[in-house]
Design a binder for this molecule. Structure first.
Ligand code: SAH
Length: 397
């Protein structure tokens, strides 16, 4: 696979606007799908696909005050209102108009799971039948959401459940935001979302435009979720041209690189797209990112028993990361049914940790969350694919 293919796995086939017969659809890019300018008025549109600008235009075109646009957006993103009829600050007539033109959510909650540690996971079904997973993590005062960026994944990491069947398509900005909103609605009224990690299904940098558009709303404090970019992490397999684009976007998000191996030979075995990229090129891209954003980088390392957990691997990691302003996040493998990989023993994990700490690496051994609910990416969807029935466990759909 070339880097180009890896970067744009699902963009080749443009999205069909929702709810329109195929014969009416014009080819259009994912970014331009469903803006108010491009779709006939008779069709309902997704309000989550609207930008602040496109919604203002909708109001202005109808001789309505433009401040109403932000009012509607903040009702959805900040006040967690799920239907236009509940927006009582608007006139009945306007509520009816909005309801005629827009819908808010498009996914059905096919399943929801709650772990003993407070982690909750949703399996959402899209109108085209695609399924995505998203997770809410409760950790002290933190309320983090882990979001998917694609249906499936094209990166092919051998130990990961998300990419076992390849990628179906990119998610739109509204579909990314919808995950955050559905999880936000699981919180108590006094709880607030505090962090976002783009660590669900898919490779966020292969869907950079839509991810950045969604994160613009996530960080907006006037009408959006109001989450600071330093509390938003984009996790990537490491695609240098897209890392450079992210730096150019001047959005100082936290960047996490899924390294998983200290040398190219082993990394290519675990993360096949590495073949055409290589660790050196990724390191150079992360340095450019750091130069522009001053954000400390995180490297992720999933520990797989007898594969990348040897003292030699730890020693090589020390050499690779020693002089960098970076944090190494070591994550014990969360076993995926049907895959042959295992979590290392506690002794092996401790020895690995000792070598890294003695080598002066800024290292964090992350605790696994949601173990009892298939919380690693792609696990729940995969499990359910083998069971033909969808059981609706709650009414969030
Ligand atoms: N494609 C992106 C983001 C999605 S995966 C990336 O590669 O970073 C988010 C993280 O979870 C990655 O570091 C990935 O390697 C890791 N991961 C995937 N499956 C896992 C599993 N079964 N156990 C532990 N971590 C896993």
């Amino acid at each position: 696979m070339t880097i180009i293919v890896a970067l744009f796995p699902a963009v080749a086939e443009p999205e069909k606007p929702i709810g329109r017969p195929a014969s009416m659809t014009k080819p259009m890019t994912i970014e331009s799908a469903e803006t108010v300018e491009s779709v006939p008025k008779a069709e309902k549109l997704s309000i989550l696909e609207q930008t602040e600008h496109s919604l203002i235009r909708w109001f202005v075109d109808r001789d309505l005050p433009k401040y109403r646009a932000k009012q509607v957006l903040s009702a959805i993103y900040q006040r967690r209102i799920d239907s236009f009829s509940d927006m009582t600050e608007l006139s009945k007539d306007l509520r009816a108009k909005l309801d005629e033109q827009f819908y808010i959510f498009k996914t059905k909650t096919a399943e929801s799971q709650q772990s003993e540690d407070g982690t909750e996971k949703l399996l959402l079904e899209l109108p085209d039948g695609g399924r995505i997973e998203c997770v809410l993590l409760r950790d002290g005062p933190r309320r983090s959401v882990c979001l998917s960026s694609q249906v499936g994944c094209a990166m092919g990491c051998v130990f990961c459940a998300s990419g076992l069947d390849g990628v179906d398509r990119n998610l739109t900005r509204g579909e990314i935001l919808e995950q955050a909103l559905k999880l936000q609605r699981l919180l108590e009224p006094e709880e607030r979302l505090s962090h976002i990690v783009m660590m669900g299904m898919g490779e966020p940098l292969a869907n950079l435009r839509n991810v950045l558009d969604a994160l613009d709303v996530a960080r907006d404090s006037e009408y959006g979720l109001g989450i600071s970019p330093r509390r938003i992490t984009i996790s990537t397999v490491g695609l240098p041209p897209a890392i450079d684009k992210l730096a150019e976007a001047h959005s100082p998000f936290q960047l996490a690189i899924s390294l998983h191996a200290p040398n190219d030979e082993l990394r290519t075995r675990l993360v096949p797209v590495n073949k055409n990229i290589g660790i050196e090129a990724i390191m150079a891209a992360t340095e450019r990112y750091f130069a522009v954003t001053s954000r400390r980088l995180t490297f992720e390392y999933v520990l797989l028993k007898d594969i990348n957990d040897s003292p030699q691997c730890a020693g090589q990691l020390v050499k690779l990361l020693r002089r960098r302003t970076a944090m190494l996040n070591v994550i014990p493998y969360n076993p995926v049914p049907g895959l042959p990989y295992e979590t290392p023993s506690s002794e092996a994990i401790l020895e690995f940790r000792r070598i890294l700490m003695e080598g002066g690496i800024n290292v964090m051994f992350r605790q696994r969350k949601g173990n009892d609910i298939q919380a690693a990416c792609g696990q729940l969807r995969r499990l359910r694919e083998r069971e033909p029935q969808i059981v609706t466990l709650n009414s969030h759909g």
